[in-house]
Design a protein around this ligand. Structure first.
Ligand code: ATP
Ligand code: MG
Length: 232
């Protein structure tokens, strides 16, 4: 099985090499835990591996995405210029236009740009556009089918539920995807300091670490300390 590196070294170690090609993985966590950084890092790793990539944002403009990446020393512009990277910004669209783009135009765009890797930031904003759980489930399922059919390795960023920060806001996406990676904030009882830890709670088809490992966001992106233990 081909494993695609996430670009986060310690996480790739936890996964035994990377994410299985063609998998859809959701990355969920509270605000500021590095979800968008994760998505960018995953895409940048794909670009460095000569894969055609797409970054779909429902919250940030193309300009902002490029700027955030450049602060992390990832030059996205060169890849856009040579058509290896496609940025799609959906924020200003209404529900019908968004669903239409995703369910009708996306397969064409995937073919046109020969997309191998995709990041969606965030799938929660897409879920929020639908009124009922059944509509949310149907449209999420359609989106998953589209990327599955094209065998595109995908990271879907998700916000967490207010009641339980270890589950996505609507508790649906976990069942649809092949993998779930959780970013957690834990308060260490002795020091009172907050540590961020990463855990692979689900990854179909591979044997992976089930332990939570500490990570930091640095000027070069997310660094997972996969050799360290977390003492709480
Ligand atoms: N250059 C940097 N050096 C150190 N830490 C940084 C750097 N850039 C960002 N951070 C940290 O990353 C956090 C933001 O990361 P990111 O935007 O990826 O989080 P997020 O989970 O997507 O947040 P949100 O839920 O608001 O979308 C900041 O709050 C800061 O703590
Ligand atoms: Mg974000």
């Amino acid at each position: 099985m081909e494993l695609l590196k996430t670009g986060i070294l310690g996480l790739d170690n936890m996964l035994g090499g990377g994410i299985p090609s063609g998998h859809i993985v959701t990355v969920l966590g509270p605000p500021g835990t590095g979800k968008s950084t994760f998505a960018l890092q995953f895409i940048y790793a794909g670009l460095q591996n000569s894969e055609n990539c797409m970054y779909m944002s429902l919250e940030e403009s193309e300009e902002n995405i490029i700027k955030t990446a450049s602060i992390l020393n990832w030059d996205m512009q060169q890849y856009i210029t040579n058509k290896k990277l496609t940025l799609v910004y959906l924020s200003k669209m209404d529900l019908k236009a968004t669903v239409d783009l995703i369910e009708n135009d996306l397969p064409k765009l995937f073919k046109l740009y020969k997309v191998k890797r995709l990041a969606i930031d965030s799938v929660t904003l897409y879920e929020m556009m639908h009124d009922s759980d059944s509509e949310r489930r149907n449209h999420l399922f359609n989106l998953a089918q589209i990327v599955k059919e094209m065998a595109i390795t995908t990271v879907m960023i998700s916000e967490v539920s207010r009641e339980n920060p270890y589950y996505s806001r609507y508790g649906l996406i976990e069942y649809i995807v092949d993998g779930v990676i959780i970013l957690k904030q834990v308060r260490q009882s002795d020091k009172g300091a907050v540590t961020t830890v990463i855990e692979v709670s689900k990854m179909r088809h591979i044997e992976h670490s089930k332990e939570a490992k500490p990570y930091n966001i640095t000027k070069n992106g997310i660094m997972v300390h996969s050799g360290s233990e977390v003492f709480l």
